[in-house]
Design a protein around this ligand. Structure first.
Ligand code: HEC
Length: 91
């Protein structure tokens, strides 16, 4: 009885199954990357501010800390100091 499929069909089917898998995972990754990119989030685009306030005098001249006026601003996260992460010495 002659073979219904050519011998290479086994390889073709395996490659196409894995290819489809990589294609799906790859496109999900690409979509996630595009979604996080500056093109979508519009990061770095200067907006016209509703209140025209110059920081020249208070920050540039007097050196007032940002948090004096921007009370909800938080400093960037820091790594804990080495001293804090050590266990206390025995007495
Ligand atoms: C004397 C008070 C004061 C201090 C100190 C201050 N700001 Fe502001 N800031 C303002 C005011 C008022 C506005 C305008 C309010 C608004 O746009 O809603 C503003 C707006 C801003 C804005 C948005 C508008 C813009 O100019 O881009 C940013 C960003 C900003 N401040 C960052 C900072 C940073 C960073 C510091 C510290 C270096 C700082 N501010 C210190 C009062 C202050």
């Amino acid at each position: 009885m002659p073979q219904t499929f050519h011998r290479s069909t086994n390889t073709v089917s395996k490659v196409s199954i894995f290819g489809a898998l990589f294609l799906v995972v790859g496109s999900l990754f690409a979509i996630a990357e595009i979604n996080r990119s500056g093109y979508v989030t519009q990061a770095g685009i200067a907006r016209e501010q509703p209140v025209p306030f110059s920081h020249q005098h208070h920050v540039g001249g007097m050196g007032v800390d940002c948090r004096y006026c921007h009370t909800t601003a938080t400093p960037p996260p820091r790594r804990p100091r080495r001293r804090d992460s050590r266990p206390p010495r025995p007495a």
